[in-house]
Design a protein around this ligand. Structure first.
Ligand code: PBG
Length: 387
């Protein structure tokens, strides 16, 4: 049964088609901007006009879905650019909807590209000398009403999301002297991401994307309770039919480095700022916890769930596929892409065949859709329409 391609295709259990692929694109301000991302050959930061042209080329090659990431003009402590209705992502969505009708436009919902400290939520200081509320007001951070809403979201969700404290280590007594790396705007001591106060901001961001015409919103921040908060926000503002693809099992590994170059979203160095995302993303050793994360997101109203990264975590993809009845997405992330590119550049592997095989294996493990920087390239290989 393996003798000819026709025989093999008769008994092949898994197929890969361009319709399974989602192409991540990076939007930046300006016009005619095409900044090559060094650690991701073939990937660019694109101004909105260029982004539309790129999406159009992808569409012609067979890619019918994109997911957008934004690099804003300005960053601040509370990620204001994330929920600005005229921000980079809403502008990109409107242009894409007009320029490439028929394209599915998904958006990444997170704070890390928009905060000056680079974390996926807003920071608080647990043991600073300054009372938190005073510091918050001084920073122009979310008002009492916003915090109130975060509370009520939790109260009314299907299940109460677990409260996690995300300890980031001991307070740093020497920090006051070293503070100032970020203009001294952060209180001195070790800070951590403030889960519940971030929720209303994520909901606002998702609503801004939906208003601009996003087909699907995809929260990647890993805050507890954010799917419920976003679902409620969308439902109350008339966007009940916008589905949520949750990055449900997102692992804090080493595979996201190149992306952080592209999105300019790596955690900044500064007194008290957590160095990594281990306080909110998952530990790579955990399987049962991944299933619990997925179950929580499903209960909160996720329409699709994602496992990320993809290939090193295909065991998780398979388990999620077998246990839940929702579409499963796998994110073939920047580090996975960069590794293939690097080996191919040296002539050590056949890039086309390896890329196709990686995508097929994601599908075989149970992924219904695969997010990949190879989307256009692989779609071109599959349809013969690449350029
Ligand atoms: C935002 C986000 C990240 C990725 C997708 N959304 C980066 C991160 O968690 O630091 C990574 C994607 C990739 O590496 O390709 N939180």
């Amino acid at each position: 049964m393996r003798r000819t391609e026709a025989l093999r295709s008769l008994v092949r259990e898994t197929e890969l088609s361009p319709g399974d692929l989602v192409w991540p694109l990076f939007a930046v301000p300006g016009e005619r901007v095409r900044n090559a991302v060094k650690s991701m050959p073939g990937v660019f930061q694109l101004s909105v006009d260029e982004l539309v042209a790129e999406a159009q080329a992808g569409f012609e090659a067979g890619v019918r879905s994109v997911i957008l990431f934004g690099v804003p003009d300005k960053k601040d402590a509370v990620g204001s650019g994330a929920y600005d209705e005229d921000g980079i992502i809403p502008r990109a969505i409107r242009a894409l909807k007009k320029g490439v009708p028929g394209l599915v436009v998904m958006t990444d919902v997170c704070m890390c590209e928009y905060t000056d400290h680079g974390h996926c939520g807003i920071l608080r200081t647990p043991k600073a000398g300054i009372p938190e509320s005073v510091w918050r007001r001084a920073q122009g951070q979310p008002d009492e009403a916003a915090l109130e809403r975060a509370g009520s979201t939790r109260g009314r969700s299907l299940i109460a999301p677990p409260r996690s404290e995300h300890p980031q280590g001991q307070p740093d007594e020497a920090a006051p002297e070293r503070a100032g790396g970020l203009g001294g705007q952060y209180p001195p001591s070790m800070m951590s991401v403030e889960n519940d106060a971030t929720l209303p901001l994520l909901a606002k961001e998702a609503i801004a994307h939906a208003k601009a015409g996003a087909d699907i919103v995809a929260p990647s921040d890993m805050m507890d309770g954010r799917v419920a908060a976003i679902r409620k926000g969308l439902d109350e503002t008339g966007y009940g039919d916008v589905p949520i693809l949750s990055y449900a099992a997102k692992f804090a590994g080493a595979f996201y480095g190149p992306f952080r170059d592209a999105a300019e979203s790596a955690p900044r160095e500064g007194a008290g700022i957590p160095k990594d995302r281990k306080g909110y993303q998952m530990d790579p050793g955990n399987v049962r916890e991944a299933l619990r994360e997925v179950a929580l997101d499903v209960a909160e109203g996720a329409d699709m769930v994602m496992v990320k990264p993809a290939v090193p975590y295909l065991d998780i993809v398979r388990l999620v596929k077998d246990r839940f009845e929702l579409p499963v997405a796998a994110y073939h992330v920047s580090g996975e892409y960069a590794m293939i590119k690097a080996a191919a550049e040296r002539g050590w592997i056949d890039e086309d065949r390896v890329a196709l095989e990686m995508m097929l294996c994601c599908r075989r493990a149970g992924a219904d859709l695969v997010l990949t920087y190879y989307a256009k390239h692989v779609a071109g290989l599959l349809t013969g329409n690449g350029r």
